[in-house]
Design a protein around this ligand. Structure first.
Ligand code: BGC
Length: 780
């Protein structure tokens, strides 16, 4: 090692005696020619490999280099004019350290609603605006690439990272990601679309093997990426930790070269997830250009593999070129003088608006909402300890979080005094009780939440009999990367929450007062067994830093909720098609060791759902399954009420060469101004292969429609969108025959339909290169 460094040093000295080409967008090849083999190996390994000091090394998403708290930097080569560039998380806002040693300025970033929340808006324009605001913070805080968005499919409601992701449906996920990427990149900074691919579980995430058919891959787990890439061409992509059919995603040339680049035309650079993958030579050869945050064994491994003839220098050169092509696009390379002063005020306003647009109103008996009542009995520890976002790399260091309690007070509600005092005292005590345990936990581990108030019954009776006019109860759920959620006390209510809801419902209803439930949650939970206890249920997801104010806006009726579910809420966990093929209740220190022990990626065990996961449900994910098997659900995909009612009429389908232009009229027939989402599904009437009963093909949100106002909505789809992937032919196939195009406001209520006929069969063969590594693939 010492010898290597000395020899490297001597070469650089010799080289610096002659004039060195300086990197420009037009002389990348010249610069590569001027690079030593060692410099090339350094460049494709993140700069953390040079410094094992914990503060600097970015073990998971943290580095002290250049911009403290960013997730990593690339390796600089000053003699050739190659600067280090900075990458930082993540999907709900930029994540950097908010404070710096010896510096009185703060560097907080706006905490926006999380991914599942943004996708619930079904509003690409608003998502673009959020992306643009995040992009401005990225640029003004001196970061070059945002490690977001995360577009993985919500295969199971327990996945610990569902909150960061967008949907169970690849079209909604892909389009939302494209809008976000286009927004961020409009500022001349990059994004990293992640985690490529089939990464829908967190337990054993570094070493789990996703085993699935090529059809499920193509139609569900790659389709989201394909749409996002074709519609936004992100600067970079992050490969996932998992194996796909026996091969690490970051080591798969079929995935990274054939599909991503040759088929889809991706022009950017590919980086690993943090410490992802196993054989660096295979990663380079596969077209995974950059190892992040970088380890010395990566650097040494590359040199060794070239020496032994296991890796061609020409393959390394391809990756080097792509890293340099990324570098020259960045603000840092272009000498941009960042201000450290993004427009935090404007972004706080934006996050408040966006959050309420993504709230999903599940139930609103007798127009309980918006509230006419101003005197509130506020229950639930979460009302006093609101969850703005999830934990892990997707967390944001926000300047503040407006709890529901403060949001209500800020907006003119009056809280029952005794309850308010009891909860304030309780939360202070709970915070104190949890502090020692929290101090032992790493920053990225899921949060310990305060318990509910013990023995609240007397307080509840008193509150019901007080002058409080309405009860509001908040239920909270948080989750984080590296862990999946539990069924009991997580997907389900905890016993203390159930007791609280039951008692509040009984006592308030006894005296004719309403009960409103606010769900401050990360992902679906069980609702069917307790929903009768509430008059109205509003999901506010994880709404970002202005959460309490956004909820107050909706409760007051300043704005109607217009969010729709991007994922199904099943009646019970057992109804989820992947339930038997997903880790269930794995304890924090149980079989989840690979997260903390990178050497485990060598795969030692062979435990179902831990080391490998069979995607037995194949393409039948979420509503594709429930709709086809006709399984009753609590709330279907695409569902969401507003404060108004809407009517849909006059469906028209115009066939224009390779497209269908589908339109309808939407009228606000209620008395409240609101927006509505028109959703277009297709259904093949006599399919030659198994197909889901319905598949989402397009959607559009209306502008705000006043009472009585109507608008025409048009959704354009390609005929090719109706294709299915044929395993035997290894091709996309558009089958001749009749299809229904269906329009509605959710996946279960599709009042308008029109038949179209495909009269010419079309077959598009695709590469077979992404073969299973070991024949272990699970095929239905
Ligand atoms: C996460 C990535 C993240 C990276 C850097 C990893 O643990 O999986 O999503 O971008 O850390 O923080």
């Amino acid at each position: 090692m010492k010898k290597l460094t000395l020899c490297c040093f001597a070469t650089i000295l010799a080289l610096s005696a002659v004039a060195q080409p300086q990197l420009t967008p037009n002389n990348i090849d010249k610069v590569i020619k001027a690079m030593t083999l060692e410099e090339k190996a350094h460049l494709v390994v993140g700069a953390a490999h040079l410094n094992h000091n914990k503060e600097m090394a970015g073990e998971v998403g943290y580095t002290g280099k250049i911009i403290p708290g960013a997730a990593g930097t690339t390796y600089p080569i000053p003699r050739l004019g190659v600067p280090a560039i900075v990458v930082a998380d993540g999907p709900a806002g930029l994540r950097i350290s908010p404070t710096r040693k010896g510096d009185s300025q703060t560097y907080y970033c706006t905490g926006f609603p999380v991914g599942i929340h943004l996708a619930s808006t079904w509003n690409d324009e608003i998502i673009y605006n959020v992306g643009s605001a995040i992009g401005q913070e990225v640029k003004e805080y001196g970061v070059d690439v945002l490690l977001a968005p995360g577009v993985n499919i919500m295969r199971n409601p327990l996945c610990g990272r569902n909150f960061e992701y967008y949907s169970e449906d690849p079209l909604l996920a892909g389009k939302t990601a494209a809008a976000m990427i286009n927004g961020v990149e409009s500022h001349g900074v990059g994004t990293s679309l992640k985690h490529f691919a089939a990464n829908s579980q967190e337990i054993n995430r570094l070493a789990n093997d996703s085993r699935l058919s090529m059809r499920a891959l193509r139609e569900i787990y790659l389709r989201n990426f394909e749409i996002a890439i074709k519609e936004s061409q992100p600067w970079t992509i992050m490969t996932s930790y998992n194996y796909i059919n026996g091969r690490h995603a970051s080591e798969d040339p079929g995935l990274l070269e054939t599909i991503l680049r040759d088929e889809w035309g991706f022009e950017g650079m590919v980086m690993t997830d943090w410490n992802g993958g196993y054989d660096v030579d295979k990663q380079i050869a596969a077209g995974n250009d950059l190892m992040m945050p970088g380890k010395m064994f990566h650097y040494e491994g590359i040199l060794q593999a070239i020496k032994e003839g296991k890796l061609a220098e020409s393959d390394l050169d391809i990756c080097v070129k792509r890293v340099l092509e990324l570098v020259v696009r960045t603000p840092r390379f272009q000498g941009y003088k960042f201000s450290n002063k993004p427009d935090m005020e404007a972004h706080a306003k934006l996050t408040r608006e966006v959050a309420s647009e993504g709230f999903v109103l599940l139930k609103n008996n007798n127009m309980s909402l918006p509230l006419k009542e101003k005197k509130v009995a506020l229950f639930g520890s979460t009302s006093y300890n609101f969850i703005a976002g999830g934990k892990g790399s997707g967390d944001v260091n926000r300047p503040y979080v407006v709890d529901l309690r403060d949001g209500l007070i800020n907006n003119g509600f009056e809280l029952n005094k005794e309850l308010d005092e009891a909860y304030t005292k309780h939360i202070t005590a709970e915070k104190k009780r949890l502090a020692p345990q929290k101090a032992l936990r790493k920053w990225y581990v899921y949060d310990l939440r305060p318990n509910e108030l013990q023995r609240p019954h007397d307080d509840i009776i008193k509150a019901a009999e007080s002058d409080a006019e309405v009860a509001i109860v908040t239920i909270g759920r948080n989750s984080a990367e590296a862990f999946d959620r539990f069924v009991e006390r997580d997907f389900m209510l905890c016993p203390d929450e159930e007791a609280l809801l039951t008692a509040v419902s009984r006592e308030f209803h006894k005296v004719g007062k309403k009960v409103i439930v606010i769900l401050n949650i990360c992902s679906p939970m069980e609702i069917a067994s307790w929903r009768d206890k509430a008059d109205a249920i509003l999901i506010c997801w994880m709404p970002g830093q202005e959460g309490g104010n956004s909820v107050a806006d909706v409760l007051l009726g300043k704005v109607s909720p217009s969010g729709h579910l991007p994922t199904t809420f099943p009646i019970s966990y057992e109804d989820v098609r992947s339930a038997k093929n997903f880790p269930r209740n794995v304890p924090e220190n149980g079989l989840n060791q690979s997260r903390f022990n990178i050497s485990n990626v060598g795969k030692i065990y062979d435990v179902k759902n831990i080391d490998y996961t069979n995607y037995e449900e194949d393409i039948y994910v979420g509503y594709r399954d429930y709709a086809t098997r006709k399984v009753e659900v609590a709330y279907p995909f695409g569902y969401g009420l507003t404060y108004s009612q809407f009517e849909m009429s006059n469906m028209k389908v115009k066939e224009c060469k390779a497209e269908y232009k589908v339109s309808c009229e939407v009228k606000n027939i209620g008395s409240f101004p609101a927006k509505q989402v028109v959703q277009l599904y297709s259904s093949e009437l006599a399919p030659e292969v198994d197909r889901p009963a319905i598949e989402l093909r397009g959607y559009k949100k209306t502008p705000l429609l006043q009472a009585g106002e109507k608008t025409v909505v048009e959704i354009v789809i390609k005929k090719d969108d109706l294709m299915t992937y044929n395993e035997k032919a290894n091709a996309w196939k558009l089958t001749k025959g009749d299809y229904d195009l269906l329009l509605g406001f959710d996946s279960q209520t599709l009042p308008l339909k029109q038949k179209v006929t495909i009269s010419t069969e079309k077959i598009i063969p695709v590469s077979t290169l992404m073969k299973p590594a070991s024949g272990e693939v699970f095929i239905k």
